[in-house]
Write a protein that binds this ligand. Structure first.
Ligand code: NAG
Ligand code: NAG
Ligand code: NAG
Length: 334
């Protein structure tokens, strides 16, 4: 009896140990990331060679459609989020918003884009865009996507272009840059003019504190008859895309906005070129690179896994599914 009891206790401990180990491996998986140097060498080896791979593009779009249905799900619409629908916040545990009279009326009827989009440019904000001369290339795309309300003033046009069709806006920017829109709304309205008549894509239902600022941004735009159209990112889409990349070996707590946008573009466009994605502090010719093309403010570390994300993008580049532009667009054949 005593012995049996002891044995039971032992096996309970063994099971507990295994559980703890599994949890540990889930949170801190055993994997080795190539060093920055190895990645740079690899990118240099590849050079400017790039060949579009129609099969690769179709295969990847099929994968994304199967997991995440970007065409139907990327934004919150009246179609996919009817009255009473529960939207689970993707950035928090156990918080949800039930679509009600008030919020339902803010949603677009259905995906408003003319699909499929042809040539898309996704512009990350990396310092690698400085002196790149990529502005012309970017502006020639049929659909230009940008991250996080980046500055587009004259001094940057040559490197980042000036046209925008979709721009993401984090609620935290509304808070930091525009006093949460609780005071004057004019600076916001004025600065948004840089994006013409594009879509503003806001993750209004990712974090609870982000909802109110997002709704205020919506009302500010609609009250001032802005030419911009607000689209709320669908938290279900953000969650499925996150899972998709987790399955491809990205271990960040949260994907970067840039990778979300590239995923969206790969799901919606015939051809995607990514600019300004280079999460390393040295360029290919070993010059220091600032964090953004407009400043050098570093993000919280550990939140995003940028080098990991870059490796994924580079795999897609090598297979001809996506084109990643690193460095100058002026170089011959670049
Ligand atoms: C094109 O894409 C397919 C599917 O991803 C892949 O199997 C194939 O190797 C790619 N072709 C080249 C030349 O990379
Ligand atoms: C929605 O609002 C309208 C008027 O504002 C009201 O008549 C209707 O009952 C409301 N519906 C629900 C489901 O609350
Ligand atoms: C909206 O676009 C029209 C036509 O392009 C332009 O005349 C008008 O000034 C724009 N309105 C705002 C608020 O930017």
């Amino acid at each position: 009896m005593l012995l049996r009891c002891h044995r039971n206790k032992l096996s309970v401990w063994a099971v507990l140990c295994i559980l703890v180990l599994l949890c540990w491996l889930y949170i801190f998986p055993v994997y080795r990331l190539p060093s920055d140097k190895e990645i740079v060498d690899e990118v240099l080896r590849q050079g400017h060679v790039w060949q579009k791979n129609r099969t690769g593009i179709d295969v990847f779009r099929k994968l994304l459609t199967d997991c995440c249905d970007p065409k139907r799900m990327f934004a919150v619409t009246k179609q996919n989020s009817p009255m009473g629908k529960i939207l689970w916040y993707d950035g928090e545990f156990y918080h949800s918003h039930t679509v009600n009279n008030e919020t339902y009326s803010l949603f677009v009827q259905d995906t408003p884009l003319q699909l499929p989009l042809k040539r898309c440019a996704v512009v990350g904000n990396g310092g690698v865009l400085k002196q790149s001369g990529c502005g012309k290339d970017i502006d020639q795309a049929d659909f230009v996507m940008r991250c996080n309300l980046p500055p587009l003033t004259k001094e940057y046009t040559e490197d980042v272009g000036s046209r925008t069709h979709l721009v993401t806006a984090n609620p935290s920017i509304i808070e930091k840059r525009f006093q949460n829109l609780l005071w004057s709304r004019k600076p916001f309205v004025e600065s948004m003019k840089a994006y013409g008549s594009s879509y503003v894509y806001m993750p209004a239902f990712s974090m609870k504190p982000g909802t109110d600022p997002s709704l205020r941004a919506y009302y500010t735009l609609s009250d001032t008859s802005s030419n911009l159209t607000m689209l709320f990112a669908n938290p279900e889409f953000l969650r499925t895309v996150g899972k998709f990349w987790k399955g491809h070996g990205i271990h960040a707590k949260r994907l970067s906005t840039g990778l979300f946008l590239v995923s969206l573009a790969l799901g919606l466009c015939d051809e995607v070129t990514a600019y300004g994605f280079w999460p390393f502090s040295l360029s290919l010719d070993e010059q220091p690179v600032s964090h953004h093309y407009y400043d050098n403010v570093l993000p919280f570390s550990g939140f995003h896994a940028m080098p990991e994300e870059f490796i994924q993008l580079w795999q897609l580049h090598k297979s001809g599914t996506l084109r990643v532009r690193v460095g100058s667009c002026l170089a011959k054949g670049g």
